[in-house]
Design a protein around this ligand. Sequence first.
Ligand code: SF4
Length: 406
Amino acid sequence: MKDFKVFIETMTFCQGNCQGCFFSKEERVSGTLMDTNNFNEVLSNLNLYLKSKNNIKSKKDLDLTVVLGQGDHLSVDKEQLKSFMSQLLILKEFNPLVIFTTSALIKHHDLVDKVEMIREFSRENSIRIVPAVVLDIKKFKHEGFTLKYQENLSFLRESFGILDLVINLGKDTVENLSPVHFVDFINNNKIRHIEFNFVPTIQTLQLFETQTWVAIIDWLSNVAKLKKGTKIFHEYNFMQKMKSRVEDNSFKYLMSLIKESLTSHMYIDSQLNLTPAGFGFVGNAVPYHQKNGHQKNISIRDMKSYEELVDLYAKSALKRYMMDKNCSDCEFLSVCVDSGVDPIRQLVSKDDMAVDCSVNARKLFSVMKQSAEVASQKAVSENITNKDVSAEDSFYGFDEKTDIKY
Ligand code: SF4
């Protein structure tokens, strides 16, 4: 295991109101920051788990990312946030990259105050911390919030040297933001890393009827076409995978892909339950969670049994692919199996979806593949070699860790 990403639901309160949010409206309104003792317990268990892995002896053996999500961490009292953040020292020897979410909707002077506290902690302890702004599309469009967003986003980017933008995809995304407007916004604000989360839940499913899902795929495809080959921000996650996959649809190979992906994407919810996550379809991670119909999880205290849980989910995921007649001859099978498609496929799978794919994912993969090819050709024509920076890094993003300010 080289890359390991753990997603922790450390903050459930949020002022945003994205339709595609993994949290329900009730959770967002009544949500809180995870209790410091609980956070300590999560990180201590994680520390023990990582140390128990025979192949992980030091930070050099592991690229650890800790995502603290998904509500607004900056809405918390400064001292409370400070004491919470200080728990991160438990993982210090693994040199983690810590990403925390914010809606960036609090008053500017309040945001400045808390950001300076985080920056100071980051500098003093050499812990890499960066923000991810979850953009509420409806508020973003609203005139009253435009200035606040501009002011706060620009301060966050200047302070951390990097700004990660997250969109929780839903009907409100396609209805309120055109792909052209979105790509302009990204370019104008020098945003270099974007994530699109597509995480329908049983509770929000009524907002994801067939037409909406089709419209979301169209929206994503159009954004991918518009920004084809630009160096401004990360391409969708899967474009990176497209290039490295071999045409091997054997059971053994597919199983190894799924297991590798689930082993390295751990999700811990606010109730301290643990479950694997699929590498996000277009975002970071989609957990196998009871919210999207998967009941099996374990407590963080049983983290040592994580691989058994991974095994269970990997086998059932592969079975679902084997039983879907569209998948057997799909050119994207080896890309799709370890993606966030499987955790949500039972929710979005529909007979009236595109005939060649019951979750309509083929179309998006296809656009990404074309985009990846264009980027790759461009890298060759501009003579970018592995010696300088890999063509993939150049066109699919950048080495973000070197850009972070301490
Ligand atoms: S893209 Fe669709 S058809 Fe292809 S493997 Fe994924 S779910 Fe199956």
